[in-house]
Design a binder for this molecule. Structure first.
Ligand SMILES: *[C@@H]1O[C@H](CO)[C@@H](O)[C@H](O)[C@H]1NC(C)=O
Ligand SMILES: *[C@@H]1O[C@H](CO)[C@@H](O)[C@H](O)[C@H]1NC(C)=O
Length: 256
């Protein structure tokens, strides 16, 4: 009797410390999702999802996995037009490729712009999940984050590729527009270390890096107002919050 009671206690503790994430591909094309978890400041591995850091997702497919509820600075994004046959590296995909190949490196596999990115810190400060859809590095696939508890559902359902302004365009080998870089990622400033697009140098504070100084900001922000479209976009409501006590499960959907 005593043994079964402690087994139940353990089982409940295990359930309470994890969330269920679903990554769903509603696009008509294959997406290669990727996960990256920021390392601890001392370089050791931080708590991370119980899943491969990269996989192939056919149209209309989904996977589920558990994520520790102290997942910090985690990101999930989709890669397009990948071919891991030759060299496996960031150039194995037209957009979103990472160091490592199909599975992104756990130390340096953060992904190459442009990519639409779902960002999470669960139970930040012990009390709040923080999450957003980031177009800070640009856009490649329409994306939505939903959850099981009625918190915000940031969405960018528009396809921002076809009308991408020419200085931001990334094309595939057939000439199709596959991605749209942000002005920062496209390196439109002469000096990336002192850039109003990247909020660096003398523009490294919210007060000195307003969205009005970021080229093409409205191209991304107007159709997708709930997204994070440049480095200091918090004041627009781009960062979303959900009480950690609600233990939300999250779904990241491509082409919602
Ligand atoms: C590294 O940092 C993590 C948390 O940030 C800590 O749990 C771990 O003990 C540290 N490891 C070493 C070898 O210092
Ligand atoms: C994260 O949560 C796990 C499971 O509850 C725990 O073992 C671990 O120490 C926590 N790590 C950090 C860095 O808080």
């Amino acid at each position: 009797m005593k043994l079964s009671v402690s087994f139940i206690t353990l089982a409940v503790a295990a359930v309470a410390s994890a969330r269920t994430f679903t990554v769903k591909n509603s696009c008509s094309y294959t997406v290669w999702p990727a996960i990256y978890t920021q390392r601890n400041p001392n370089g050791t591995a931080a708590p991370s999802p119980d899943h491969a850091t990269g996989w192939s997702a056919n149209p209309s497919s989904q996977v589920q996995f558990s994520v520790p509820d102290n997942w910090t600075a985690g990101r999930i994004w989709g890669r397009t037009e990948c071919n891991f046959g030759g060299s496996s590296g960031p150039n194995s995909c037209i957009t979103g490729g990472c160091n490592g190949g199909l599975e992104c490196s756990k130390t340096s596999g953060t992904g190459v712009p442009p990519a639409s990115i779902a960002e999470f810190t669960l139970s930040g400060g012990g009390t709040t999940d923080n999450y957003d859809v980031s177009l800070k590095d640009g856009f490649n696939i329409p994306m939505r984050i939903t959850n099981s508890v009625g918190c915000d559902q940031p969405t960018c359902s528009s396809d921002l590729n076809p009308n991408c302004p020419s200085p931001l365009i990334v094309k595939d080998s057939s000439g199709k527009i596959a991605g749209c870089k942000s002005a920062c990622a496209a390196n439109l400033d002469p000096d990336p270390n002192n850039s109003p697009n990247c909020c660096t140098g003398s523009h490294d504070k919210p007060a000195t890096c307003p969205s009005s100084g970021v080229q093409y900001y409205n191209y991304f922000k107007k159709p997708c107002p709930a997204t994070y479209a440049y480095a200091y976009d918090e004041s627009s409501g781009a960062l979303h919050y959900c009480a950690a006590s609600k233990k939300a499960d999250y779904t990241i959907e491509f082409c919602p």
